[in-house]
Design a protein around this ligand. Structure first.
Ligand SMILES: Cc1ncc(COP(=O)(O)O)c(C=O)c1O
Length: 375
């Protein structure tokens, strides 16, 4: 089967470890195990036998995850290799060619590319800048048809950092229920809210809800490759059979560490540490945007590790990103990857000095371009 190239992820795979300043990362500066575990726990880690483990996720881990979703127990949870695998399984499991999927855009483009490669009809509804990246729910309503099988959202959103309000979530649930469609909510940025007010989950708003999440972003642990899917028991049992084909199991060491990470106190500590980093860097970025006024427009993200900026220069976003990559070894995400030229996405989860150094190099490029090219 031919696939559509996942352009952003491909570019990241090629460059993220080769550049001096990688500002494409959408999570927070990753933890080391030493920062996270006590010496007795590291000792215990060394003694774990490296078997497959329970392939749908260890009981301890599913128990910890289930605590985050009222009304669930272990059988509502499937542990996956990152939330990327949860996304893959969900699309593969639930949609047939010619089904219609209504997808929130802009978005992490995995579901977009995957569903289209599977022959599913993807019909986008948009978050609008004029609504401070709020959703156009009239547009969503207008897209619903008898073929609509699923409405997929990313909340908090990548790349805008927007968070749906309670009433927007309820309205999306109402529309889905009316259409008898599934809601699929990618919530991998839940917990990375800059004001500390945790985004509610879609789980529980309606019977046909599936949720993915994981430890890569809000928890700053992408290297563990732990994600999960939450859903009605029958769906999750069936999804497990799909998981037998994709990766069999997630890593046994990661399962054990993840169950510790989700202990309430440790979880809070991690989210607090990460929020502090995000807030500090957002302040740096806002000052930088101010300095460059009127070159950039920024609606500050409410959650997540990225800021999405519109710029007023006559250079295409891919060209700007390439120029920064080749001339300054600074890597940012071009808006073109989201089908939105004249925007760029900048990660705000890195260490502060690194972040500032990356921005200064962008300054040099802006100086070269400016004057010649304001729109
Ligand atoms: C919205 C969203 N979902 C899923 C993923 C995949 O992340 P992971 O597989 O590391 O959990 C990403 C990665 O950037 C993302 O932004």
């Amino acid at each position: 089967m031919k696939i559509e190239i996942f352009e952003m992820e491909r570019a990241q795979s090629l460059w993220e470890n080769r550049v001096k300043y990688n500002l494409t990362e959408s999570g927070v500066h990753p933890y080391t195990l030493e920062e996270f575990l006590g010496s007795d726990e590291i000792e215990k880690l060394l003694s774990i036998r490296l078997g497959y483990g329970q392939t749908n996720g260890s009981e301890e881990l599913r128990e910890s995850i289930s605590r985050l979703y009222p009304g669930t127990d272990l059988d509502n949870i499937l542990v996956t290799n990152g939330s990327a695998e949860a996304n893959f399984i969900t699309i593969w499991q639930n949609l047939e060619p010619e089904d219609e999927l209504i997808l929130m855009l802009p978005n992490y483009m995995q579901i977009w590319g995957l569903a289209r490669s599977f022959g599913i009809k993807v019909r986008p509804f948009h978050l609008k800048e004029e609504l401070k990246w709020g959703p156009d729910l009239d547009e969503l309503q207008g897209l619903i048809s008898p073929r609509t099988k699923m409405i997929a959202v990313c909340n908090p959103n990548n790349p805008t950092g927007a968070v749906l309000s309670d009433s927007e979530m309820k309205e999306i649930a109402r529309l889905a229920e009316e259409a008898d469609a599934w809601i699929y909510s990618d919530e991998v940025y839940k917990g990375a809210e800059l004001d500390g007010e945790e985004t509610p989950t879609f789980w529980g708003l309606y019977d046909k809800v599936l949720v993915s999440c994981g430890l890569s972003k809000a928890y700053a642990l992408p290297g563990l490759r732990i994600g999960w899917l939450v859903g009605p028991k029958k769906k999750i049992e069936e999804a497990w059979a799909y998981h037998d084909y994709t990766s069999i199991s997630s890593g046994i060491l990661s399962n054990w560490i993840a169950s510790l990470v989700l202990e309430p106190e440790r979880r809070k500590k991690a989210l607090d540490r990460n929020r502090k980093i995000l807030n500090e860097n957002l302040a740096v970025l806002e000052e930088w945007v101010q300095k460059h006024k009127p070159l950039f427009e920024l609606i500050p993200p409410r959650a997540g590790g990225v800021a999405f900026l519109r710029y007023n220069m006559k250079i295409k976003s891919t060209e700007l990103a390439d120029k920064l990559l080749k001339e300054k070894s600074v890597f940012i995400v071009a808006g073109d990857f989201f089908g939105m030229d004249h925007y760029i996405r900048i990660g705000i989860g890195t260490e502060k000095d690194y972040f500032k150094a990356g921005l200064s190099l962008i300054d040099e490029t802006l100086e070269e371009i400016s004057g010649k090219s304001s729109i």
